[in-house]
Design a protein around this ligand. Structure first.
Ligand SMILES: Nc1ncnc2c1ncn2[C@@H]1O[C@H](COP(=O)(O)OP(=O)(O)OP(=O)(O)O)[C@@H](O)[C@H]1O
Ligand SMILES: [Mg+2]
Length: 410
């Protein structure tokens, strides 16, 4: 609101000696935001009142107002004199659209989403090009994106850092059912779980069962699995990891925004109903999960970069697997087993509906600061920056307004 008032007074018409002068319009920079979450709504009733209908991706009442668009709408309101926000839904992702913006932030729509969308190879190629072409100035940039998305890359780094994870055999050149069974027997796993290790999510491309069954009647299922996933190269083979009561392990999802742990959400391994999702309550499980997630996050911070320079990511989610010593309930227990199951990029479910903070508000503020860091980095680099002088002016103005931050030099 303050910014809106300030804008009005500076652009007001100045009258001196009968001459009418208009103050030059303040320069603005354009930030693209890639969206498309139709399953990750804000808390009911907390969306901005003017939420354009075209961004309602579902008619389900609970999921109409996606947190990615809600965040972009909030960003629009924060510094309207300096920033223009270009909301880009999946089907509009094209190199030329992204290149027109000074910077683009991806909140959801990545290559994995394009693959799942069923819109075909042309669309997947379009999205892939935007990720790989530095002139699209898309965050996250390729190398860091690939480090997280290609799971064996970060898993190996975490393993070397002594972070507990499920033991894993990695295949990088496709899936061979015979090799899989050989490896499972060598490891002595009586049940196993195999999943695609890149561009996969929502548990797509996974198979599990008893080793004895796959050695016998279910061998054909393993062959069919190989055929169904023949376009994938990377696979992770693991013991089928269950709680003592026979259910799949639970997960506590830890969210980090702009370098800080902010909240964690419990999700039950098998109960998909509302009872299976809740804000992680205070207690030993929350503390242990946070501590382990912080260790994995240090590896993220060591590795994450943008356009070749070190950069703290805007958001990460680190999923900690939890197994109680007895039964199925791990809440308030001090003898649970914990491991890192997955590191997620910003293009993940933010789960605002269970969070103790307004994720759209926090993310909008953080995204502006993050954009400032990225733009200041661009200006320092030798990269061609469109409207360099204009960008510099806006970066200076924004840094003065928000900070000025010591780590941002213009
Ligand atoms: N080794 C395992 N044993 C048993 N269950 C597993 C194992 N690995 C993964 N799962 C189950 O499959 C789910 C999906 O696996 P994971 O999270 O590793 O990959 P993903 O496909 O990226 O999933 P998502 O996008 O849903 O997080 C897990 O949340 C867990 O319930
Ligand atoms: Mg997962």
């Amino acid at each position: 609101m303050v910014a809106m008032k300030a804008k009005k007074s500076t652009s007001s018409v100045l009258k001196t000696k009968g001459v009418v002068k208009r103050a030059p319009p303040s320069p603005k920079i354009r930030i693209g935001v890639l969206v498309g979450k139709d399953f990750d709504p804000v808390k009911k009733g907390t969306q901005w009142p003017e939420y354009p209908e075209k961004y309602n991706l579902t008619n389900d009442d609970w999921g109409k107002y996606s947190v990615d668009v809600a965040t972009a709408l909030k960003m629009k309101q924060l510094h309207p004199d300096l920033l223009e926000i270009d909301i880009i839904p999946g089907k509009e992702i094209k190199e030329h659209r992204l290149k027109k913006n000074h910077l683009n932030l991806n909140f959801w729509y990545d290559v994995g989403v394009a693959i799942m969308s069923g819109k075909g190879k042309g669309h997947i190629d379009d999205v892939m090009k935007c990720h790989k072409n530095p002139e699209c100035r898309l965050d996250p940039s390729w190398d860091y994106y690939d480090w997280v998305l290609c799971k064996p890359r970060y898993m190996e780094q975490c393993r070397k850092a002594g972070i507990p994870m499920i033991p894993t055999v990695v295949y990088t050149d496709g899936f061979d059912p015979k090799q899989c069974l050989k490896d499972v027997q060598k490891k002595g796993w009586d049940k196993f779980f195999c999943k695609v290790g890149q561009f996969s999510f929502f548990g797509e491309g996974a198979i599990n069962g008893k080793t004895a069954d796959f050695l016998g009647p279910r061998f054909k299922d393993l062959e069919a699995y190989g055929r169904a996933n023949k376009s994938s190269k990377t696979f992770l083979l693991q013991p089928y990891t269950l709680k003592p009561n026979g259910e799949v392990f639970d997960e506590v999802r830890n969210f980090f925004i702009d370098g800080q742990w902010r909240y964690s959400i419990f999700t039950h391994g098998t109960d998909g109903s509302d009872a299976g999702f809740y804000q992680e309550p205070d207690g030993p499980r929350k503390v242990a999960c946070k501590a382990l997630a912080e260790r994995a996050y240090q590896e993220v911070l060591k590795t994450a970069s943008w356009q070749g320079k070190r950069q703290t990511p805007l958001l990460n989610r680190i999923d900690i697997g939890v197994i109680p010593r007895k039964g199925g309930d791990s809440l308030h227990k001090t003898d649970n087993t914990y491991f890192v199951n997955e590191i997620e990029l910003i293009m993940t479910t933010w789960l605002d509906r269970y969070a103790p903070i307004s994720v759209q508000d926090v993310m909008a503020q953080a995204a502006v600061k993050h954009s400032l860091e990225l733009l200041a980095g661009l200006l320092k680099s030798k990269t061609k920056v469109p409207d360099r002088d204009k960008v510099k002016k806006v970066v200076e103005a924004l840094n003065t307004r928000l900070g000025p931050f010591k780590h941002i030099k213009v």
